[in-house]
Design a binder for this molecule. Structure first.
Ligand SMILES: CC(C)(COP(=O)(O)OP(=O)(O)OC[C@H]1O[C@@H](n2cnc3c(N)ncnc32)[C@H](O)[C@@H]1OP(=O)(O)O)[C@@H](O)C(=O)NCCC(=O)NCCS
Length: 388
């Protein structure tokens, strides 16, 4: 008797549809403290990392679990710089994508194709997986930037190994060396999105990995999962709200009207954070600085009034801004179009995905949940010419 058959004979089990309260592994990678509003990577507070670290060092911490010394940091930076170039065949693939293909779909396809260029793809050892993770993390920004240039009819720019990942990403995307504030903001955004414990995309990667599929397959599953608006897409919606409001004097009425009609204001509320999301507070400050640098304060003032109004109206329900409220605005101020927001999320989150998969493989178990069968059990097969 199979497990599924067994469940149909028993009393209806408790069905945990969203797996909200299910733990699938022990982990030392990331703590989301939704009560105190803290996010820790291997014990280091993201507020410290955002201020003092770099994306490269943060990736090192996620994967290795300790702060690198000077030599280790230099080595990891060099390894990422050397991994960043992509094969001309890959550029051909990007050129062959339909002009209006969503960049997140292109990225998913590109990562799948990338596996064919990796001689270690099917080597399951931890050392090989660490090297594959490093190559993947290095190439993701290049893939996103190259496709964006192609769809704009512009020349694809090769990576500059003398620059860090964040700065080089903006350069490859825009064709200009970014100003220091923009480079810093991109770096911080990558640090803040690098991991968030066992979320939907990390779980999708874990499920694929649990079958002992290769790392690339696990990452393709994660990108596919990140695409959904309930996961990676909320910052686009939050920015659209701000652009729709347009002027600060319209903001309060817009929010009150939305709430009166029982609508949701995008970029607020979170399943885990029941207080301020620390990432939102950090990005709000950088959005303010970028707005000042650009001399365009209107949208930032809109955001502040929306924030104050929602918090005033909904703090009793523990609704506060989440990271998406300010990341959309931040990317907009960096001149990045909205359909790149989710691919940029992936450029950062690949570090968390690979860390989780490698951690899971240390004590792998095939993920195989149950469903509770409620269909018929005694249907009689009728040949086609005897059916009514
Ligand atoms: C993220 C989210 C799904 C969390 O949901 P949740 O933990 O299940 O919380 P609920 O949806 O049950 O919300 C609890 C209450 O707060 C309200 N609420 C939650 N988020 C809200 C928002 N963004 N705007 C207005 N009201 C909101 C709900 O309407 C509900 O009110 P009720 O108790 O009167 O019915 C939810 O807050 C949301 O949809 N936010 C907007 C989308 C978003 O920003 N997503 C990105 C998350 S990182």
């Amino acid at each position: 008797m199979s497990m599924t058959e067994k469940t149909t004979l028993e009393a209806k089990p408790k069905i945990d549809k969203g797996l909200d309260d299910v733990y699938v592994k022990e982990s030392s990678i990331c703590l989301v403290d939704g009560v105190r509003g803290r996010l820790l990577y291997h014990g280091w507070d993201i507020r410290d990392l955002a201020e003092h670290s770099s994306f490269e060092e943060t990736v090192y911490i996620l994967v290795h679990g300790h702060l690198p010394n000077k030599d280790e940091l230099a080595q990891v930076k060099q390894a990422f710089a050397e991994s960043r170039a992509i094969d001309p065949e890959m550029v051909k693939l990007l050129r062959s994508m339909p002009k209006d293909a969503p960049p997140i779909d292109v990225l998913r396809t590109a990562v799948s194709y990338l596996s064919n260029f990796d001689k270690e793809r099917d080597d399951p050892t931890r050392a090989a997986n660490m090297r594959k993770a490093q190559r993947l993390i290095g190439k993701m920004p290049t893939l996103v930037a190259a496709h964006h240039r192609i769809r704009q009819g512009k020349r694809v720019l090769p990576p500059d190994p003398s620059l860090g990942i964040a700065e080089d990403f903006l350069r490859m995307l825009t064709g200009r060396n970014p100003d220091p504030l923009s480079a810093k903001v991109m770096d911080v955004a990558l640090i803040l999105h690098a991991d968030h414990s066992m979320n939907a995309s990390a779980f999708a990667a874990t499920v694929a990995a649990s079958t002992l599929a290769d790392l690339y397959s696990a990452i393709v599953a994660a990108i596919a999962t990140l695409k959904g608006p309930l996961h990676g897409g909320a910052n686009e919606a939050a920015l659209k709200t701000m652009l729709t409001i347009g002027r600060p004097e319209n903001a309060e009425a817009y929010v009150l009207n939305t709430l009166r009609n029982h609508g949701k204001v995008f970029g607020f509320g979170h399943r885990v954070y029941k207080t301020w999301d620390p990432r939102a507070i950090i990005l709000r400050e950088y959005a303010r600085q970028l707005s000042e640098l650009r001399g365009q304060m209107d949208l930032f003032h809109v955001a502040e009034i929306v924030q104050d109004t929602v918090v005033k109206e909904l703090s009793a329900k523990h609704i506060y801004p989440n990271v998406d409220f300010y990341s959309g605005l931040t990317y907009h101020l960096l001149g990045i179009p909205p359909d790149l927001f989710t691919p940029i999320f992936a450029v950062s989150r690949i570090s968390g995905w690979t860390a989780h998969v490698i951690e899971y493989w240390e004590d792998n178990r095939l993920v195989r949940p149950l469903d509770y069968y409620v269909g018929p059990t005694d249907n009689v097969y009728v040949p086609i010419d005897q059916r009514a």
